[in-house]
Ligand binder design. Sequence first.
Ligand code: DGT
Ligand code: CA
Ligand code: CA
Length: 574
Amino acid sequence: MAVHNADIAAIFEEMADLLEIQNENPFRIRAYRNAARQVEGMGVALADLVAKDEDLTELPGIGNDLAAKIQEIVTTGKCKALEKLRKQLPSSVTELLKVPGLGPKRVRTLYDQLKVKTTSQLARAAKAGKIRELEGFGAKTEQTILDALTARTTEPRRFKLAVAAQYAEPLREYLAKTSGVKQVELAGSYRRCRETVGDLDILVTARESGKVMDRFTGYDEVAKVMSKGETRSTVILKSGLQVDLRVVDPECYGAALHYFTGSKAHNVVIRRLGQQKQLKINEYGVFKGALRVAGETEESVFRSVGLPWIPPELREERGEIEAARAGKLPTLIEPKDLRGDLHVHTKATDGHNTLREMAEAARVQGFEYLAITEHSRRLTVAHGLDVKQLRRQMEDIDALNASLKGITVLKGIEVDILEDGALDLPDDVLGELDLVVGAVHSQFKLSRAKQTRRILKAMDHPHFTILAHPSGRLIDQREPYDVDMLKVIRHARARGCFLELNAHPERLDLLDSHCQLAKEEGVRIAISSDAHSVQDFDNLQYGVGQARRGWLEKDDVLNTCPLKELRALLKKTM
Ligand code: DGT
Ligand code: CA
Ligand code: CA
């Protein structure tokens, strides 16, 4: 039975949660949390590395202890240390940590004093007014908990795109290997590159659908078969991810692919356009009366309503149909358009690989340049650099550039934007760098006005060039901070600055709608990996996906420029 990276990450996450509730050593807790994030975001399957007997301690954030645990999980499917923790505390209590307003301390109190172990027990206790009586709680907290619980039951769980990919791609390969199967395509929100997906929608063309259905429901990751039919089956994987499979005839393939790619809002408009031409459009084809007039390819479906093919990422009924009709569809950016990466860490701070290893890995990606942007001194958890350390790294970069062919390493920094909008390093040293990436890492709760003012002020700085992860959100984990994004974008233009689209699968920050806004306002976006190891360059594909959802073309993206042009753009004109 295959163990996925996401399974391993879930175990580490649960261990961190349980340790946290037990008020254990914060360093141990952080080690598990970091490992969970690292594992979840990794491009290669750990199970494969274990099978190849590779040294796991080579991976970022993985020491001997975690390496042994990964080995254990991959080979036995279990983790003894977690089971021991679960004996001390029921694992359902970790669910309570996800309820807004509940931290480890409060969860512990709820468990100790009220024997609350599950969210339904929590809801009952809140309704009975028992929570307000606990020390450190109150009527307001009780109400917050109750509101959060009622809101949550109506919202089903969604999977981050990169996590869904870890289940989707092996399943795609498995189905493609079934005899008689011709095409396999993942449709739905997955194909549209949404940042999270509710379920997977797979489309297959095959001679015999029965065989495909047997093979699908017999997949060893399947936990439950919800339905099994001639043309459609639904299963739930062990991870909890639902998968819908449809087997269609080749002559319907394009129509089915278009229909199941969605979005629903987009489909509705296309169907209405068909009706205006006396055409019926559904998942089986395009029909004039009883006659099928199109549907074998997606192009034929669009053509039947007088439109060119529209890329899936745009199909959200956000102006793509009007643009298609006017011949004004964007030529969306592609991964191969990127010429470099402008946000990368090394071992000098919290990254895992050396400067040279990162540069060589970037060269393998085909990049012309790579900017090293370590954290600045204020961010002590990430071992941020002070002036002296930064100058030393600049010397290292000079030395590396002198010996390395085929790629140029640029000197940068991911400098902290302090609460008053000042930068965490002095002007003179910032002025010696090729680029200054600035980021907010503290004080997320400032008011909208203050947070906006803080960021605008940072951009006023003569050396500030790129605003990193502009909203600070972590998908499903941390809300964005409150900031006036239009003002930020306009100020970036006025000051000759750029905004980053951080490609880490948990960030994908900027949002697609903000990318669109930046494009309209004429501000270029840097699509950056925020790599902490050589594997992390793989994340750029998700950044490009998000950029495509934001209608960005090659010329809207800063790091598609050749080095010479990039250098000119990084010189602020203000
Ligand atoms: P998800 O799974 O919530 O991330 O989002 P989708 O877009 O994958 O939605 P899903 O899985 O419910 O359905 C897949 C596609 O099937 C959807 O994007 C459009 C199409 N579809 C589903 N229901 C309807 C419908 O009632 N009318 C139309 N026109 N299309 C539909
Ligand atoms: Ca779906
Ligand atoms: Ca579905």
